[in-house]
Design a protein around this ligand. Sequence first.
Ligand code: GLU
Ligand code: MG
Length: 469
Amino acid sequence: MQITNGSAGTAVELRHRVLHADPDANAELIERLRADGVRAIALTVVDNGGVTRVKVVPVQRLASALRGGIGFSVVWAVAGADDSFALSAPFDTPAGDLRLFPDFDALSRITGGPRLVWVPADQYTQELDVSPCCQRSMLRGAVERGRELGIEFKAAFEVEMSLLGEDGDPGHHGPGYSASALLEVEPFALDLMDALAGHGIEVEQLHPEYAPGQVEFSCAPRDPVGAADQLALSRIVARKVARAHGLAVSFAPSVHPGALGNGCHLHLSAWRDGVNLMQGGDDAVGGLSGDGAAMVAGMLHALPEVLAVLAPSVLSYARLQPQKWAGAYACWGVENREAALRLVPGTVSSRASSANVEIKTLDGSANPYLALGVLLSAALDGLDRRAELPRPVQRDPHTLSKAERAKAGIARLPSDLGKATDLLARSEMAVKALGPELHHAFVTVRRREWETYGRRDHAELIPEFRLRY
Ligand code: GLU
Ligand code: MG
């Protein structure tokens, strides 16, 4: 079976496809799946708590799933990572139903043989309108807005994770980036690379990271919806490969008290007529083009108010500390690993294709669709109002005095989820980007998480949350 990943389709096209599905095309697809020995289809949604939820449909029920979708309660919009529901109107009733529709353009196999196929799902109402709370459609909408302005985005995630052996022992003992740490995880690492390749996920590199048991792989750039789909799928694949090696895997931002955390850095570039806008411009701004600079300025400006989307859990703030290369200060710099936005111009030989901006602040508890969606919206907003980019910061912002930071316009990002949520709740930009319903549901989940866990000690919370993401 031909495996493709990612969808460039618009919500309107998808709706059209659902309403006007060609029964023969579906029959052909189902027949191909059967012929390949597929037993069932796993439909996945990443919820507002950052958890990947799943519903599995036997292949013989697929025709009906393609016609009418699969039931999904509206309260999932307010589900938290701890499986609680932050019940708040209109998400406070057991009545009502959404329909999950598999996006077959993004179809891929799940690891471990051909019997289970993984498909990201979109959320629709029973009237077959896209649900305002569909996170994947929110991202698709931001991509579409870019396209209307002649902008195509490319996105690539760096996935950091912590391997845990029996009793939660780290899967390797360092040193970071060392050959000896790699040897401790080599059988897992090689199987993981094979399994990811088998799913059409192109790994650019892998290494043992600094924290105990930490491993990172980075994915090749692709369209934003495809990149978010692949991130969700790669976590499932990593978890499954780890299980086969007697290991557990955590993508949580903080896994061992006091140790460095897991980031989920995002590399973003914007293109017009095949030209990369993150290069080709003035040296004073690291070579960013005028449009590229306006987009980076838009993201920089929005960072504090959308932080709760990029770093949405209480434990995100155990990770998001200065001098950890996690992006705790709202500033940008050329190759500055302490800046929230790091311009990566790349070598002169590959600059035109590879220059990008790395957003460091993101972590593995974020919903990748929403994180990308708000960042693209902020970038387009910056482009729209020709936002002005401040000078690059080439030092560690934490070593500057308060007065120096104030003069350079560098702000420390909110230091806990409560403060970040307050900013998100008041953000007009976020309401516009997410839509009022999704914004309300998302803020409600954050508030509940903060009220329930915000006063607890991070070390005490880690064991409760580390296997949730
Ligand atoms: N682990 C760091 C983080 O939490 C990132 C280290 C790196 O730059 O790869 O973001
Ligand atoms: Mg790393």
